[in-house]
Design a binder for this molecule. Structure first.
Ligand SMILES: [Zn+2]
Ligand SMILES: [Zn+2]
Length: 249
């Protein structure tokens, strides 16, 4: 299957099949980006960079304008973001690194991703793989999980080493409701849990050093979403007693 056939089989299209970087399915409100292997770091891929606006000879990339509009639809119009892997080749580049990037191969499989903007770059983050973000994403950020639920996360909640320490101390059960992914989903749920950071980000100064045991708690995604539901976060105890109250009514 070629790339065009694959994209069309997903109900999506673009302005031009040669130069487009991203594709749109208006009916299902989906935007599809190719995710270069060389732009991927862990579960995060740079899908668009302001630096890509102009090509090396100073001409504006039409693909960039189109992709920017696609990003806007995700940010403002509730479109979801999906990516498929593309394999990079520099066979058309000369010694000075000029020339087009060539797609050597691609994997005809879509992954649902979360869009994150940081500096000049837009990232696609795959929540399902792990909770690791590259160092570039150092600031707290808001992102959309699915199309409708807004969750605030911060880097501490996605720091892989800190997460490991928190889990080895508290275990993998939700500290609020005791939900145990492995118990309910078997091997599929093994090792899965969110990690919540207790300190409000506004209270964190420059000197702050994360203590995974003091500052982090394992929570299931439902409880995690409820903690961050309001403008100011609920405490673990608040949510626990809230849950108790609603259960008894
Ligand atoms: Zn829970
Ligand atoms: Zn949290």
């Amino acid at each position: 299957m070629n790339r065009k056939k694959f994209i069309e089989s997903q109900g999506a299209t673009c302005l031009n099949w040669t130069w487009s970087w991203s594709f749109i399915n208006k009916k299902d409100k989906v935007i599809i980006f190719g995710a270069w292997d060389k732009e991927t770091n862990g579960n995060t891929t740079v899908i668009l960079d302001k630096k890509w606006e102009y090509n090396p000879i100073g001409r504006k990339n039409k693909a960039y304008t189109q992709s920017l509009e696609h990003i806007r639809l995700i940010e403002e119009k509730g479109y979801s973001l999906k990516t498929f892997k593309i394999i990079y080749s520099d066979e058309k580049k000369d010694v000075n690194n000029n020339g087009p990037a060539v797609i050597k191969d691609f994997i005809p499989e879509l992954n649902t991703m979360t869009l994150i903007k940081k500096g000049t770059k837009w990232y696609a983050l795959n929540d399902r793989i792990s909770y690791f973000l590259p160092e570039e994403v150092e600031n707290p950020t808001q992102y959309f999980e699915g199309a409708c639920r807004k969750v605030t996360v911060n880097t501490y909640e996605r720091n892989f080493e800190a997460r490991k320490k928190c889990i080895s101390h508290y275990g993998l059960k939700c500290i609020v409701c005791s939900f145990d992914f492995q118990k309910v989903y078997g091997s599929l749920g093994d090792g899965y849990i969110h990690v919540h950071h207790l300190k409000p980000l506004s209270e964190i100064g420059k000197e702050y050093k994360l203590d995974p045991i003091k500052d982090l708690r394992p929570v299931c995604p439902n409880c995690h979403a409820m903690i961050h539901r309001r403008q100011s976060d609920l405490s673990i105890d608040d949510l626990k007693s809230h849950l108790k109250k609603t259960k008894n009514t």
